[in-house]
Structure formats: C-alpha cells, structure tokens
Design a protein around this ligand. Structure first.
Ligand code: 13P
Length: 249
C-alpha cells in the first residue's frame, strides 16, 4: 500500500499571516491519518511554519536546494541548512526551475543527490511542455527526465524519491490534465521503473500536479497510479487545501 501524499507548493507566494492561518487551521483540522501532508513555503517562512505546525502531523518541505553543503554561493540554501529546520521534503526539478533558471537534467540530478545525502526526501518533478505533447513526445520527455535522475542512484536511494508528474501546460493555467491523461503518463512512469526494479515500481509514490483543486482532486486521486498531489495555487487557500487532503483519504 502506498501512503497518499498531498504537498502544497507555495512557490514565491504567502506571508507570515498565511503561515499563521495554516497553523491555526491545521491545529484544529481532523486530517485523515492515512494521508501524508506537506507544505513547502518560501525559505524565509520555514522556521515560522515549523513552529506554527509543531505538534501536528503536517510536515515541512522546501522548494529547492543547492547541490553543495556550504560555500560561496550567494543567495543559495543547502540541504544541511534545511535539515536544521526540520525540513523533511524538498522539490527538485520543478518546471519553473528548469525553464526560468535553466536547470538542466544534470543540475536536477545533482540536487536530487544532494537532497538524499542530506537525508531529505526529494520530490522529483517531471513533465512535458504543450509543444512536446502536441508533437507526441510526452512519454519520451517524461521518461528521459525520470531516467536521467534515477538511473545512477542506488536502489535504496531510489526508494526515497517521490515523483511528481506536472505537465507544464497544466501548471497555473487552470487547464488540468484529465484523469485519463495523467493516469496514462503515470502508468508509463511506473512501468519504466518496473524495468529497473519491479518491487520499487509498486512502492514508489507518483503524485500529480497542475491546476489540482478542491473540485477536481477526488477524480484525479481515484486513478490507480496517482498517489497524491503537488498543489500550487489551491495550496494558498487553507480551506481548499484541506478539502484536497480529505479527497486523498
Ligand atoms: P498549480 O496548482 O498552481 O497549477 O501549480 C502546480 C505546481 O506547479 C505545483 O508544484
């Protein structure tokens, strides 16, 4: 059995007030025990979020990390630093980082490895652009991204990775992949994994991201290969995010 994971990626959004609102709402919330919930606020709010969520079951995640432990890398944050703030999860390879900050497949691998070496749990984001989908290259693009990141890892390292399939054309656009479109790609990822390690393919969590909201979450999460969600915009609204967490039960 795979434990569903609902992760809220705030991106460069939020405020101290939103951290407090989450802390209050989640302190009282009757979250399903069978669902793992993580919030990924921007770096400056991690410590406040840790305190606001203390004592509850919601875990803390970061949105990126630098491959190095420490050094002359102005503006960057290392996995070791994140660990000091009780961060458990970290996103790597988000399409916004790949596109806007030119992170290559090699950069994504370096960050994935750094996360594993820092004892964090990476969420590896993969997904095709609309251009690639229209050209019939969805499977090639997604499996290349997955393979580049996972193939060099040891089996025990791979077992610590969650994969988020986020079609680029569905991110922040309100245009969600249909449950069938998402299921098709996620089944392909699992099948590809089975080529390496059949047991791991069955246990590895695959989550969907791209305009997931309180209205469409249940239908997406009902698909056999969708084990959770990586939620952007709807994770900034406490009630909507809670509703999505309940849909994963
Ligand atoms: P939206 O839910 O806003 O489309 O964002 C998805 C995403 O990129 C989560 O990482």
């Amino acid at each position: 059995m795979r434990t569903p994971l609902i992760a809220g990626n705030w991106k460069m959004n939020g405020s101290s007030a939103l951290v407090d609102a989450f802390g209050q709402a989640f302190a009282d919330a009757d979250l399903p025990e069978s669902v793992e919930v993580v919030v990924h606020p921007p770096f400056p709010y991690l410590d406040a979020a840790r305190r606001a969520l203390a004592g509850g079951s919601v875990k803390l995640g970061a949105q990126t990390l630098n491959p190095l432990h420490a050094g002359a890398r102005t503006g960057e944050v290392s996995g070791r630093m994140l660990k000091e703030f009780d961060v458990e999860y970290v996103l790597v390879g988000h399409s916004e980082r790949r596109e806007l900050y030119r992170e290559s497949d090699d950069d994504v691998y370096d960050r994935l490895l750094a996360a594993l070496n820092a004892d964090l749990r990476p969420i590896l984001c993969v997904g095709e652009t609309l251009e690639a989908r229209d050209a019939g290259r969805t499977r090639d693009v997604v499996l290349r991204q997955v393979g580049h990141a996972l193939a060099p890892l040891e089996p025990a390292q791979r077992a610590r990775v969650t994969i988020a399939y986020e079609p680029v054309w569905a991110i922040g656009t309100g245009r969600t992949a249909t449950p069938e479109q998402a299921q098709e790609v996620m089944a392909a990822i699992r099948e590809y994994q089975a080529g390496f390690d059949p047991a791991l393919a069955q246990s590895m969590r695959l989550i969907y991201g791209g305009s997931m909201n309180a209205a469409n979450a249940a239908e997406l999460l009902a698909q056999p290969d969708i084990d959770g969600g990586l939620v952007g915009g709807a994770s900034l609204k406490v009630d909507d995010f809670l509703a999505i967490c309940h849909s994963a039960r």
